[in-house]
Design a protein around this ligand. Structure first.
Ligand code: NAP
Ligand code: SF4
Length: 665
């Protein structure tokens, strides 16, 4: 991964690309200054090439209004700030040109045909011949401006179902002119953009083409068409071809945590002997060993990672120094990054709250060294102890049960094993920064007062809520903790009370089958054909994902179960449970539990769910006895994480709160 790549007119210092990712900073006043700091930090961390978040070449192509666009000379200044910062830090940077087409969330959306996307409220206008020509010119003009702004190249986004992809696939292109009909006609738009851009920018400018190699659509491209397109794109003048997997509207996960690591490098590998330009592979690669493996196997010439650089800007530096165990690994949760962007907030990172806040959250060294006690080493406590110690404070941290808190349950859920990396990271980070970690013991309020420390942080977390239901003491009732930790064996017929994050986690644990853990089994379970025999790379036969266990997942609210789950991942959990035959009921009233099972009132009728086990996942309450005792005795303490507020707590909020407190101590 550290071998340079010679592109003829320029040289990349290593084989790793920081892939394109929208951060939300592009769309706010003063955002480009923050973006410059964000990218420069990743460049200093050793990545060879950075690709910016998507920037539209014209007004209609913006993802929403307003969002990033480069079409005028007066927009150059802010881009120059970024390119200069990245070059000074020793990396190269390309601007991604992305036209949303029918994925635009505004009424000016355009597309090859007026077919509405299932993920947008707006029906696009079909582009006229003149509009198509103007759009090609806009791409070319943006690329020329990008060169003037100091970019080393552009990435032309031709995948994930955006405009260029919409021209290529019949799914979205019903035209009968020279831009539709035959495959030759449908790829004309892509080829014209690449050809004309190459002509305009000259030879010494990188053009990456992001090619949709696996549409995952019933009427997506077939493999023969993809190889034809790749050859033509190379002829048109692309320097590198990057891998695109799946359209955004497709209900198959491609980057979420449940996708096995490096699950799609085989797709790039298929194209390896087809073209001679270097290929970039991507998707769910988050540690140096997958990068090395993909390169060593010859699957690709470069590897692209986006989110892993949010999680750790020094990924490359640490890898080069053999400090793999010190990398703060992206756990593919999407909670801190994509979910935020889709909610129109600034991206950050669950495991690294500083990401995209580089100019606002600077740890620095504290002016006075303090003696700090942290009680509780869940996510909030670990983040606070680590950051406080990094600032030079003397930190002693206690936890009766060892480090990790609720993360120790998360790692047992299929698809959430990546949290093990977070535990590993914090264990080392606390050790490296001389946090005195005392597990298996804690301090009472009296002992804390006797320590005469300068600050006390209470991060004692949460305890499960026990709802008031008749028969709640029945022997069939168990807590989610007992099921997750395998203290009790799961029943054959189970009712889960509470359909929040943990209810879904427990249901996933109970339906899981062995095959979903290995790459081939996982691909098959989502109907992906590794042999690529059909259009879109999908299998003919739908995989049989039924669970052998009867599961009810229940909530009192009338809303759709799982509504509180992440915007970009909630649908995956719902689809998976539905496939497994889990019955999800909303608007439930719990009546009683006895030997017969769980009695509920649902849709104006009483109903008996004849289950042999009732698992309580009814949310959490703050574990704050110690904090209250200290407050009552007049001591000022800092309360963070679940101990502070249990409602809607997740690891993202806990880690951010712990980190931000440490910066103030
Ligand atoms: P939660 O998401 O708040 O869900 C609690 C569930 O219990 C709700 O479905 C609620 O629905 C039900 N409930 C609440 N009070 C009840 C009562 N008195 N009787 C019966 N049911 C009751 O909490 P959680 O599942 O414990 O998760 C804790 C936190 O971790 C959440 O913030 C969650 O988002 C986060 N987490 C996230 C994920 C993820 O995938 N992103 C995974 C795990 C955990 P009704 O009130 O409608 O019955
Ligand atoms: Fe990765 Fe989660 Fe951080 Fe996003 S928020 S970069 S998915 S760890």
């Amino acid at each position: 991964m550290f071998k340079p790549l010679d592109l003829g007119f320029t040289r990349l210092k290593n084989r790793v690309v920081m892939g394109s990712m929208h951060t939300g900073l592009e769309d706010i006043v003063g955002g480009y200054k923050k973006l410059a700091a964000f990218y420069a930090e990743r460049a200093r961390g050793g990545v060879g090439l950075i690709v910016t978040g998507g920037v539209s070449p014209d007004f209609c192509g913006q993802v929403s209004l307003p969002s990033a666009r480069l079409s005028h000379w007066w927009q150059l200044y802010r881009h120059r700030r970024m390119t200069t910062a990245v070059h000074e830090a020793g990396a190269k940077i390309c601007l991604q040109l992305l036209h949303a087409g029918r994925y635009a969330f505004h009424p000016f959306a355009v597309a090859p045909s007026a077919i509405k996307a299932p993920i947008s409220r707006f029906r696009p206008r079909a582009m006229s011949q003149r509009k198509i020509e103007k759009t090609i010119n806009a791409y070319v003009h943006s690329a020329v401006l990008a060169k003037r702004a100091g970019y080393d190249g552009v990435e032309i986004m031709g995948s994930e179902g955006y405009l260029i992809n919409q021209f290529i696939c019949k799914h979205t292109n019903e035209r009968d002119d020279q831009w539709g009909g035959s495959y030759e006609n449908r790829i004309r738009f892509a080829l014209e953009i690449v050809q004309q851009t190459r002509q305009a920018v000259g030879r010494d400018f990188i053009i990456i083409y992001r090619l949709s190699m696996l549409d995952l659509l019933e009427d997506g491209s077939d493999w023969q068409e993809i190889t034809h397109l790749a050859r033509e794109i190379e002829k048109a003048g692309a320097t590198l071809i990057n891998t695109g997997i799946g359209w955004h509207e497709v209900r198959i996960p491609t980057i979420a945590a449940m996708v096995p690591r490096a699950a799609f490098t085989w797709v790039t590998a298929r194209l390896k002997d087809v073209v001679s330009v270097p290929l970039i592979t991507s998707n769910r690669i988050n540690m140096p060993e997958q990068v090395e493996q993909a390169l060593a196997d010859g699957d690709a010439d470069m590897v692209s990672m986006a989110r892993p650089f949010l999680a750790d800007p020094d990924f490359m530096l640490k890898a080069s120094q053999g400090k793999r165990s010190r990398i703060n690994t992206c756990i593919a949760c999407n909670q801190g990054c994509l979910d935020k962007v889709f909610n129109k907030q600034r991206a950050s990172c669950l495991v690294n709250p500083r990401a995209c806040y580089e100019t606002e959250l600077s740890p620095g060294v504290a002016s006075i060294t303090k003696k700090i006690i942290v009680i509780g080493l869940g996510p909030a406590g670990m983040a606070c102890a680590t950051a406080a110690a990094q600032r030079g404070h003397m930190v002693t941290a206690y936890d009766l049960n060892g480090i990790g808190g609720q993360l120790n349950y998360a790692v047992r859920i299929p698809g959430k094993q990546e949290f093990n990396e977070t535990l590993r990271y914090f264990r080392h980070a606390m050790e490296d920064n001389d946090v005195v970690v005392k597990t298996g013991e804690t301090l009472t309020a009296r002992q804390i007062k006797a320590t005469e420390c300068d600050a006390v942080v209470i991060a004692t977390g949460v305890k499960p809520r026990m709802p008031q239901i008749e028969g709640i003491d029945h022997e069939s009732v168990v807590s989610y903790i007992d099921v997750i930790t395998q203290k009790v064996a799961p029943g054959k017929r189970v009712a889960i009370i509470g359909a929040g994050g943990i209810g879904f986690d427990v249901a996933t644990l109970l339906i899981d089958n062995e095959q979903s853990q290995n790459r081939e089994g996982w691909l098959k379970s989502w109907n992906i054909d590794i042999e690529y025999n059909r259009r879109g790379g999908l299998l003919v036969e739908q995989a049989e994902n039924k669970s052998g266990r009867k599961i009810y997942l229940l909530q009192r609210k009338q809303t759709k179960p799982g509504k509180s789950l992440g915007k970009t991942t909630g649908w995956i959990h719902r689809v998976r449970l539905r496939q497994a035959g889990v019955e999800m009921l909303s608007g439930v009233c719990y009546e009683k539990i006895n030997d017969q099972g769980l009695f509920i009132h649902h849709q104006k009728q009483s109903r008996l769910l004849d289950v042999d086990q009732v698992i309580i996942c009814a949310g959490q309450e703050s574990n704050r006895n110690l904090a209250d005792e200290l407050h009552a005795s007049g001591m000022l303490v800092h309360v963070i994480g679940g101990a502070d507020k249990a409602l809607e707590l997740d690891a993202e909020r806990a880690i951010r709160q712990g980190y931000e407190l440490a910066l103030k101590l």
